[in-house]
Ligand binder design. Sequence first.
Ligand code: HEM
Length: 418
Amino acid sequence: MTADLTLDELRAQYRRDYDPYAHWTIAEHLAEIAERREQAPISYSARGNGCWVLTRYDDIASVLRRNNRGFISFPNEPDGINAMGTSVGQIPIEVDGSLHKQFRALLDPYFSPKRVAEKEDTLRDWANILIDDWIEAGSCDFVDGFALPFPGATVLSIMGWPGEDLHRLNSWADTLMHGVAGGTPEETAAARGVAHGELREYFMQLIADRRESGPRDDVTSGAMEVEIDGKRMTDTELFDLFVLMMAAGLDTVQSVLCQSMVYLARNPEQWDKMFETPESLEPAIEELLRVGAPAVPTRNVVHDEVEVAGLMLPKGERVHFPLAAACRDPEVYPNPDEVIFDRVAKPHLAFGLGTHRCVGLHLARLELKVAFTELHRRMPTFSLVPGIEPRDHLALAWGVNDVHLRFEPGPREKTTAS
Ligand code: HEM
């Protein structure tokens, strides 16, 4: 620990409470983070089970890089409560060490740039099927009409699950991750219980069917066949992995799509700028990922002492770091709140760093590329529907709801899923 302070004294000296789930807007969270970065780059929040809050790029990057040395990844929330209510770490995000390496060895090949590129046509078809549903109307609910189902269709495709189950799976995932909109905690808990039960039943059947029909070349069969520490995964472990893949792949992409479309509706000149030359789109997507940065990881100190942002923290302390804090550090990104597509800077941390860096990052980038390209082609200009204000929601991923767009109506293209 630092100098001769006891843990209580250290906490008291650095005390500045923070509620990562406060019902603020994302802008309010970012303003609070910016102020903390100036005044208390590392601070102790006594809320919930207590956690140390990091705000600087270098401090956050340093913790992420050392993940398997000095830190553990479970439980992964500042309150010490797992959102899905499980008592063991979720595979692979809350598992460390050699076990984690084995899970990554299973997953990484399916998410390589080459394997992911094979999905481009399927993703393009899905984007157009979804756009077909509302393009003639001249307005759409962008969350329900695109940002929620498109990442869902992508996860189904990479996992090898039937496309016709998209809406059922999305609805269960939505309930598990977000609860009941406007509902009481009891209503949310009850709805989550039902969704969890139905989803479990669905996946148990899917696993049984796959056993009967034989393996295929996809993540689902890969997970069913692989041996981890010499043993096949149990059905419960498979279920946990499948739920995590949905959770990780849906909310994050949805958030970046929604935040970006709200920004682009308010800054229409940037929509065309993204497509100025064939090379413009990729850096623009990286910049939108930087400013969107929806994920908020937490790690626990596991060794006797670990140095974090210049302090020695003892075993058991929890370190919490919104990746948006790193992505808006003005030391690394001058004028951090401005969206500058040709920014020259260090790579952003929206996908994390180190051993737990996002498995799905190539897939996510492809999703965003396909989505923006098809949306721009079919909806060259758009604005927010007047009178409906987008509403931020903050949980393990920061996102935006109520994104209603209006645009010049266009024809359907009657695409079918490939
Ligand atoms: C814009 C979209 C995305 C963002 C911003 C994002 C962000 C992240 C971040 C920050 C982490 C690391 C969390 C930590 O260190 O605790 C992570 C991990 C992960 N992501 Fe993503 N993600 C995105 C899309 C996806 C997609 C599309 C998939 C798969 C379909 C996916 C699957 C995963 C998995 C499985 C992990 C756990 C990796 C591990 O623990 O080794 N993500 N993601």
